[in-house]
Design a protein around this ligand. Structure first.
Ligand SMILES: NC(=O)c1ccc[n+]([C@@H]2O[C@H](COP(=O)([O-])OP(=O)(O)OC[C@H]3O[C@@H](n4cnc5c(N)ncnc54)[C@H](OP(=O)(O)O)[C@@H]3O)[C@@H](O)[C@H]2O)c1
Length: 268
């Protein structure tokens, strides 16, 4: 697994991690044991960066349980997501409880009440409970606000959508992130699964074999990671074998411009 420095933050992250939206919002011993198998594979494959949020129901708790005593060997990207200062403090206290008193990357989810939460996260960073403070948004219409926050110098990381079909990020926000040395984690790398379902015929993937790509999801992930302005992708899955497949995309060689163009044409 290749690692990249998350912008100027200096935090080294594996290029493939894992998201937990929907997939980790489960209850009960059997389902939680299944989710632990996915975390086992992620850790075993070096994809030990886990993104979660209080927005994802049981996901933070289930993720923490699956990690168990392996906290020191993983990176947690969590979020605060509420308009309320008080609820924000409660979310943070719960997260610190679940994740051994520290959250490696603490993000303001969808910029909700960022003016309220940012000073709290900055203090946690200064006190050593947080390594990197960042912010996320899933909508292109919010990229302007995200860029304005990036320019204040107060956040060191962003999480945005970007994939071979959704390239809006290339216009302004990725160039701004590169200029400012801001770390970039890519959400929805498989278009919430929709891109995977548009798989081309297997023979179309033969050209990608020299890049270590054997499946269409790997081609999609490698397309994103071949942009050096991106530091990590966090595909979510409810199946251990898919976690391994996704993690395999985290090693070079990376696509050149022609190959990226070829893969984006396979989608359209
Ligand atoms: N505003 C925000 O901050 C925000 C917004 C959106 C997402 N996120 C974060 O980004 C993460 C990723 O985004 P996402 O979960 O929306 O979408 P995604 O990772 O693009 O797609 C997830 C879907 O892809 C399928 N999948 C994964 N690997 C696969 C493979 N190898 N082969 C076939 N299907 C595969 C999964 O189905 P199976 O379960 O059946 O494998 C799942 O339905 C989230 O989990 C969350 O942590 C953050």
């Amino acid at each position: 697994m290749e690692h990249r420095d998350l912008g100027k933050s200096g935090l080294s992250v594996p290029v493939v991690g894992m998201g937990t939206w929907r997939t980790f919002d489960v209850n009960g011993t059997a389902l939680e044991a299944e989710r632990k198998k996915i975390v086992d594979v992620a850790i075993d494959s070096g994809a030990n960066l886990f993104d979660t949020s209080p927005m994802y129901g049981e996901a933070e708790d289930v993720l923490a349980g699956a990690i168990g005593g392996r906290r020191d060997g993983v990176l947690i990207a969590d979020k605060v997501w509420t308009p309320s200062a008080e609820e924000g403090r409660e979310q943070i206290a719960r997260a610190l409880g679940w994740f051994g008193g520290r959250v490696d990357i603490y993000q303001i989810h969808n910029l909700v009440a960022w003016q309220t939460h940012l000073p709290v996260l900055e203090k946690l960073r200064d006190d050593g409970h947080v390594r990197v403070v960042g912010a996320t948004h899933y909508q292109h219409s919010a990229f302007g606000d995200l860029i304005a926050l990036m320019r204040t110098g107060r956040i060191a990381q962003i999480q945005i959508p970007y994939n071979a079909q959704d390239r809006v990020a290339e216009k302004e926000i990725l160039p701004a992130a590169a200029d400012l040395g801001i770390g970039v984690i890519v959400m929805r790398p498989l278009g919430e699964g929709a891109l995977v379902r548009r798989s081309p015929a297997p023979e179309k993937l033969e050209r990608l074999a020299p890049f270590g790509v054997r499946t269409w999801p790997q081609a999609l992930l490698k397309w994103i990671l071949s942009d050096p302005r991106v530091h990590a992708v966090i595909p979510a899955t409810s199946r251990p074998e898919r976690m391994r497949e996704n993690a395999e995309a985290g090693t070079g060689p990376w696509f050149d411009a022609d190959t990226r163009h070829y893969v984006s044409r396979l989608i359209s």
